[in-house]
Design a protein around this ligand. Structure first.
Ligand code: TRP
Ligand code: SF4
Length: 327
């Protein structure tokens, strides 16, 4: 039986942090075992919000790819490619834009939220409104059956489903209607307890050095109720504890849980234990990353190979699409 196809992408707006790792990448890695996966760099999507300062796009594209490979996404198993290298995405986007009713885009909750929240940037543009149409082109181009995304992206994939149905209804069955594979949000918050994000300056990056990790862990906000060393703490609401649950061995985690509640351990010592586990956990990732950095040619080769594979599928899809719309 043919394997089902999975596709997902990320906008290149900075290197990967632990929020990405536990919110998306480990799930992507697991999906590789069962599905035919394609993962891509959505650089045109990044341009919709970064058009005034596009340098970050080129700078972070290769950072992200190296981060992906470092955490175990395997270019021999999955296809990695760069969206803007496959011009067919632009053509499919254009065709979809003809059949997408404006109200579908205007009522999209993620769109409305971003218009409200991205106040530093002027995203009241044609391109930004059409963001999910481009996303539909990304997904349907490869006839993906499943799209692993976080909650904020679910409305976009819903719209992809509607566009697929509408296209099929107008021109005949060309596209499978893809499923949304909702990825649970990472429990790891940023060092200030807000959602981990580069723009909040609260992220721990996969490429952080030991010193950076020690410093950031030292700054982490713990149980806010625990003001003094002798106050008992509550690990259930402590972000440091969420890190322990992932990076510290289970026996020690259990001990810390008790010692926190009885104030036998202080946050400073508790953090030291956590930082040690985190550094150890990230060690293989950083080692792999160093290896890749010393062989950029190899990374380029991987991308060229991925682009080639993606382009073949994209060309076939576009031929079908052009025949269907009689252009
Ligand atoms: N919009 C996605 C994000 O910001 C990135 C993306 C672009 C994507 N095209 C996609 C994700 C297609 C999944 C499928 O995270
Ligand atoms: Fe959090 Fe550890 Fe402090 Fe308890 S002792 S509040 S788990 S940092």
């Amino acid at each position: 039986m043919k394997k089902k196809r999975i596709l997902s992408g990320m906008r290149p707006t900075g290197k990967m942090h632990l929020g990405h790792l536990h919110g998306a990448l480990l799930n992507w890695r697991k999906l590789q075992e069962e599905y035919e996966c394609s993962y891509f760099i959505a650089d045109w999507h990044a341009l919709t919000s970064e058009y005034e300062h596009p340098d970050i796009i080129r700078e972070s594209t290769y950072d992200i790819i190296m981060d992906w490979i470092s955490v175990g996404l395997d270019p021999d198993v999955s296809t990695f490619f760069i969206q803007s290298h496959i011009k067919e995405h632009a053509e499919l986007h254009l065709i979809f834009s003809m059949i997408t009713p404006l109200p579908w885009l205007e009522r999209n909750p993620t769109y409305k939220e971003q218009l409200r929240e991205l106040t530093q940037k002027d995203v009241y543009t044609y391109g930004f409104l059409g963001y999910p149409v481009l996303q539909a082109a990304d997904i349907l181009m490869y006839k993906a059956n499943g799209v692993p995304v976080g909650e904020d992206q679910a409305p976009h994939v819903e719209l992809t489903r509607e566009i697929a149905r509408r296209f099929n209804h107008l021109y005949g069955e060309v596209f499978p209607v893809p499923d949304v594979l909702l990825t649970p949000t990472s429990k790891l918050l940023g060092i200030d307890r807000r959602k981990m994000s580069k723009s909040y300056d609260n992220a721990i990056f996969l490429t952080d050095t030991d010193e950076e990790i020690d410093k950031k862990v030292g700054q982490m906000i713990t149980d806010p109720q625990r003001a003094r060393r002798n106050d008992p703490g509550n690990p259930d609401i402590c972000n440091v504890y969420s890190f322990h649950e992932i990076y510290t061995d289970p026996e020690t985690v259990k001990r810390i849980n008790g010692e926190c509640r009885s104030a036998a351990i202080g946050c400073v010592d508790c953090k030291k234990v956590m930082a040690a586990g985190l550094k150890k956990g990230l060690e293989p990732v950083r080692a792999k990353r160093k290896e890749l950095e010393s062989d950029i040619k190899k990374v380029r080769g991987i991308m060229e190979e991925g682009d080639k594979r993606a382009r073949e599928i994209a060309r076939e899809t576009l031929e079908e699409v052009r025949a269907a719309v009689k252009i």
